[in-house]
Design a protein around this ligand. Structure first.
Ligand SMILES: Cc1ncc(COP(=O)(O)O)c(C=O)c1O
Length: 371
């Protein structure tokens, strides 16, 4: 029978794994850890993940959007939070009031933040984002020191941090990351020459936190590693990290089906003989993709998903598991009877990467927290 008996399909999230993975990051880098919990904690649930990360020793949480930061504050999280993306002008005041730090890369951001503190005792905490080769957000390196000086001279705002983001730290070739790091080092030197010392300096994502001590500065921003998932095939996690997420369902029907019976929309699968076909209540509405070749675990064996994946159901071929019964556990990701399906396995099957698999887990799937 399923763990809880309450859900059609559900995610089991091991908070102890997240806590232990953060501890690993701390021990390996020996600098502060910012747990990146954006996109609902990479699908794992933003609030429980943030709490587990803080228990594991994370001093910061990183989010993409101010709404995510506010959700953490509403849940009582007191740790410093940085919004890594743009904070819309209409939310700047709220961010300041909630002690949420903001990434900035132009004068308009700085002025908006300063204006929002006018007439209050509050201070806007700003992290200057430098574009060194990601080709995304940030100020050009040559203009960074001037903006930093402007921040330092503007009442109501504090230059709390300076940071950049790597585009290719998860690849075997270190050259592109070295080039970004050199650009960032020049910016830091220019800041120092101007007498500016932001409290936190950060560049490393999970991949760089595993491979590039020169990029640790005094804080690493780790996302994928705290969930126990590999930054990339070229940059796997070392021993000691463990995945936090399993995805399970239960069989809701097992039928003996006559030969020649079409299964699911379009009848792309037709039974060849008398076949045992099971139904599990999970589908593309949960984020389980409609691609051929899906496999799940039932009774400790890997079985084929047959016919098209529906919005809320899949059908599985159970001839190899004659003992399978209604209520039996179906594992989509995780371990059963010594066999394992990883998030990377799903990603390979779906022609994507592990980040997208976990971020694509629908909000409607119940998250069951353990540990
Ligand atoms: C700015 C920034 N820093 C850190 C991270 C964490 O990256 P990772 O999950 O690869 O550790 C992300 C995630 O995409 C990011 O956008």
């Amino acid at each position: 029978m399923p763990l809880t008996g309450k859900y059609s399909n559900w995610l089991e999230i091991d908070r102890g794994a997240i806590e232990a993975n953060v501890r690993q990051c701390l021990e390996r880098t020996d600098v502060q850890v910012m747990a990146v919990v954006k996109a609902n904690g990479y699908g794992h649930g933003i609030v429980p993940v943030a709490r587990a990360a803080v228990r594991g020793g994370a001093t910061w949480c990183g989010v993409a959007r101010v709404e995510e930061a506010i959700e953490l504050r509403r849940a009582g999280l007191d740790a410093p939070i940085l919004v890594l993306g743009a904070t819309p002008a209409g939310r700047v005041q709220e961010a300041i009031g909630e002690r949420v730090s903001m990434a900035v890369w132009d004068v308009e951001h700085v002025e908006a933040a300063a204006a929002a503190t006018n007439g209050t005792n509050e201070r806007a905490r700003l992290h200057l984002k430098v574009e060194t080769g990601m080709g995304r957000l940030g100020i050009e390196p040559g203009e960074a020191a001037a903006l930093a000086q402007r921040i330092a001279a503007t009442p109501g705002v504090i230059l709390e941090g300076v940071f950049t983001h790597f585009a290719r730290a998860d690849e075997a070739d270190p050259a592109p990351t070295e080039a970004q790091e050199r650009q960032f080092a020049q910016v830091l030197a220019a800041l120092q020459a101007a007498g500016l010392r932001p409290g936190v300096v950060h560049a490393a994502n999970s991949a760089a936190s595993l491979t590039r001590p020169s990029a640790y500065f005094n804080l690493v921003r780790v996302g994928i590693a705290i969930y126990g998932l590999n930054p990339s095939p070229e940059c796997p996690l070392p021993d000691g990290f463990r995945p936090a997420l399993s995805w399970k369902a239960q069989l809701t029907q097992v039928r003996v089906t006559p030969p020649g019976r079409g299964v699911s929309y379009g009848h792309q699968y037709v039974t060849r003989g008398v076949e045992r076909i099971g139904v599990a209540p999970v589908g593309y509405g949960d984020g389980y993709r409609r691609v051929p070749g899906n496999r799940v675990l039932v009774g400790g064996r890997a079985v084929e998903v047959v016919g098209r994946v529906c919005m809320d159901q899949i059908m599985v071929q159970l001839d190899g598991v004659p003992e399978a019964r209604v209520g039996d556990e179906v594992v989509l990701v995780g371990e059963q009877g010594g066999r394992r399906i990883t998030v990377d396995d799903l990603a390979a099957r779906w022609g994507t990467f592990n980040y997208e698999v976990v971020c694509g887990l629908s909000a409607r799937i119940p998250r069951v927290y353990q540990g």
